[in-house]
Design a protein around this ligand. Structure first.
Ligand code: FEO
Length: 169
């Protein structure tokens, strides 16, 4: 059984994860329009990851015999000035998600829901990786600046990212 307070917060987090998926899909669309297929690939993989994040919480709620509820979702930002602008926005978004996960963990502890704490521990670790991967690419883009050749080299690098389905919870 999941407490009412925690269940509401978990359902809201599903919404935030799938909102994240829509944000990164919009970034992929922006990169496609800018003829940067490697960047677009990176964001497409990120989109798939975010979908699995939401699914992980979805499954946890169902396995606990509780009811998933989906809420209206905020629309994504579609326009960016540059790949650096997209990664800067993405990093700030991931910091927001980290704060939401930390808040969820606090609620799980207050409600003494140890199963939820264990499930959320995966997200705590994942958010460290998420911020690091956005931060690293943002730094590379800052170093590249307006060097078109550098952007194309990074585009080649990001084309190699593949989606690896996470191990089941
Ligand atoms: Fe699901 Fe990028 O955090």
């Amino acid at each position: 059984m999941i407490s009412e307070k925690l269940l509401k917060a978990l359902n809201e987090q599903i919404n935030k994860e799938w909102w994240s998926a829509s944000i990164y899909k919009a970034m992929a669309a922006y990169c496609e329009a800018e003829d940067l297929p490697g960047f677009a690939n990176w964001f497409n993989v990120q989109t798939l990851e975010e979908l699995t994040h939401g699914q992980r919480i979805f499954d946890f709620i169902c396995e606990a015999g509780e009811r998933v509820e989906l809420y209206p979702m905020e629309g994504p930002k579609n326009d960016y000035d540059s790949p650096l602008d997209a990664f800067t926005y993405g990093l700030e978004h991931e910091k927001l998600v980290t704060s939401l996960i930390n808040n969820l963990m606090t609620i799980a502890k207050e409600e003494k829901d140890h199963a939820a704490e264990i499930m959320l521990q995966w997200f705590v670790t994942e958010q460290v990786e998420e911020e690091a991967s956005f931060g690293l690419i943002k730094k590379k883009l800052e170093r590249i600046g307006d060097d078109g050749r550098g952007i194309l080299m990074l585009d080649d690098e990001l084309a190699s990212r593949v989606f690896t389905p996470p191990t089941p919870a």
